[in-house]
Ligand binder design. Sequence first.
Ligand SMILES: [Mg+2]
Length: 243
Amino acid sequence: MKVIFLDIDGVLNDEEFNETTEYVAPYPSLEWWAEGLDPKKVHLLNGLIRSTDSVVVVSSTWRLGKTVEEMQAILEIGGFDGDIVGMTPIMSDAPRGIEISTWLDHHPEVSKFVILDDDPDMAHLRHKLVQTSIDEGLTVEKVSEAQSHLCNGWENVCEAIVAEAAKGLDTHFTELQMEGCNITSDEYDLWEEAHVASYRAVNMASFGAMEIFMQAVSEWAEMCDLFDPDWEDHDWWYADEEE
Ligand SMILES: [Mg+2]
């Protein structure tokens, strides 16, 4: 699980927005809170979440007196389309970085994280901070800085290849289903494609990516009754190397 620790003031709004926004909804409704969110900043956050497959943990003081569900609702009213999975604990007088690391201590499933905040009080987690400013809030530049914390380029390439291969297989699944799994003339082409894609995944040295891909191939093969599903023992895998 990849997590974005989210501050709100100075991230999802900036000085200019705060000076010009007019609050219409009654205080302190969820709608009133949502009026304090700049839709343009929320849109940038949505893009960051989508491109990195991340979830959000709220570290902002906006969390005080609210539930996760209420925070989710407030952000959704403001245009947010991600998932809030938690809020950091409130530890009076502790730097925000300590609240964040306390939350992390209870969530070993977190593989990568980044902190979006305009305040630098991150203690030993300072190196995970992408610091915004109240002058500008979240920007395109800050989004790409955050992306680099949540993904490395290598991983992106592998994921893209697996997605590409999976897409190809999906297409074939549909075609095969239509034909009642009677593989005839296209059999060889399909196999070639799977073979080439798997080699590309291996060349990317990503065993994780390879496993996902192989599972997709096995399911496809099993479904079409084409090949032995026990791929690891299959000769084809080493065929090219032995030539
Ligand atoms: Mg702030």
